[in-house]
Structures are given as C-alpha cells and as structure tokens.
Design a protein around this ligand. Structure first.
Ligand code: CO
Length: 214
C-alpha cells in the first residue's frame, strides 16, 4: 500500500464534504454530541460507523481485540466514564462478530505472547459456558456460539463498572445492547439482551448501590 495514496484520498474526501456543505468542518470542530458508545473488535473488516450507516460525530468508539470489557483496563474505563459523564450517551453497544480471530485463537490452547493474558478472559468465557459449548459438535457452530456468549459476558462486565452503575441509578441510562455482526451476510444480529434479566441472581454480587448511591 502506498501511504501517499492515503493522503490523496484524504484530500478527495475533504473536497467531497466541502462540496456538500462548505461549513462541514466548521460544524464538526464545534464539538461532539454522540448518543452512542460502541465497543467492538479491532478487526479491520468491522467498521463501526459504516456498518451502522453513521457519520463523524454520531458515535463514540472503543475497539480492542475481541471486544472485551476488562475491569482493570484503564483505557476502557476512561472511555466509559467520559462517555457517560461528559457526553451523556444513552446507549452502549457491544458488538462482536462471527469469524473473530481473537475468539478463534482462544478456542485452541497455544502460546501467543502478549495475547495470552488478553485472551484469558475469553478462555474464562469458554470455561463458564463449557457445558453448552462442548455439547455443540459442529466446530463452526461452537465458534459462532462462543462469539455470542462473549458478547453476553462483556455486556454483564460493563454493568459491573462503577461508572455505569452510578449513571444507571442517577438517570436510568445507559441501555446496554449486545450485537453480533454477521460478517458473512453483513447483517447485525441483535441478541435482544435484557440486562435486568441477565443480572437476576447475580445482582447482589456486583451491585455497588450500598456504597453510597441512594
Ligand atoms: Co474480532
């Protein structure tokens, strides 16, 4: 790939935007008011804005390998706090995707260097759901199911975060949405999660309300 071509693409994109609206960049520079936080995979084929038909300014984005929500991830925590307290987003979308390389790697034990500790979270998801997963004999269906279960577990992880709970108790938001992008068809599958339902039985373990919010 020629890097110079990228800069040329940028100049063309700039001209296209300005042709449609001479004030496009002036407006863009005045600030952002996205209502969505999207947490997705770093995979180059899963382009958050494009697959949702959104434009610059519409969505606050965080991406990492296999769309994980890890409570000690300072980067993620800062993104979540900023999104809720400053941008006041109403929705958090966690979007996984079929054929995810991170999930595939976690299904087979091997030494992957720096990815070992990162993928351990995924191996834990496998362990939690091993009975269901091991009962799926077709390996590609098992792989798909782990993608879905990982999204569900990461949605649960996001509700464990103190910033999310404070916002929930104060405003009733954010709403959490678990999605899987089907890279084979282009369709986003909504897992239709009800987080109150997902938390039934485990709320007592993770609820931070007694720590001073109402
Ligand atoms: Co992926």
């Amino acid at each position: 790939m020629e890097i110079e071509k990228l800069l040329e693409n940028n100049r063309n994109w700039m001209s296209e935007k300005l042709a449609l609206d001479p004030d496009y960049f002036k407006k863009l520079s005045e600030g952002q008011h996205p209502e969505l936080l999207y947490i997705g995979c770093s995979d180059s084929r899963v382009n958050a804005e494009e697959l949702m038909g959104l434009n610059p300014g519409d969505v606050f984005v965080h991406r990492n390998v296999a769309n994980l929500v890890i409570c000690t991830d300072n980067n993620l925590n800062a993104v979540v706090q900023y999104a809720l307290e400053v941008l006041k987003v109403k929705h958090i979308i966690i979007c996984g995707h079929y054929e995810c390389g991170g999930i595939k790697a976690a299904m087979k034990p091997s030494d992957m260097g720096q990815l070992n500790s990162w993928l351990q979270t995924l191996r834990d998801v496998y362990r939690l759901h091993r009975r269901e997963l091991n009962s799926i004999k077709d390996l590609s269906l098992r792989f798909d199911r782990l993608v879905e279960l990982n999204v569900i577990e990461q949605c649960i992880n996001i509700v464990k975060i103190d910033h999310v709970q404070r916002s929930w108790y104060r405003t009733g938001y954010p709403k959490i949405h678990g999605w899987v992008f089907d890279i084979r068809t282009g369709k986003i599958v909504d897992l239709n999660l009800d987080m109150h339902e997902e938390f039934r039985g485990i709320r007592k373990i993770y609820d931070l309300k007694p720590l001073g919010h109402e």
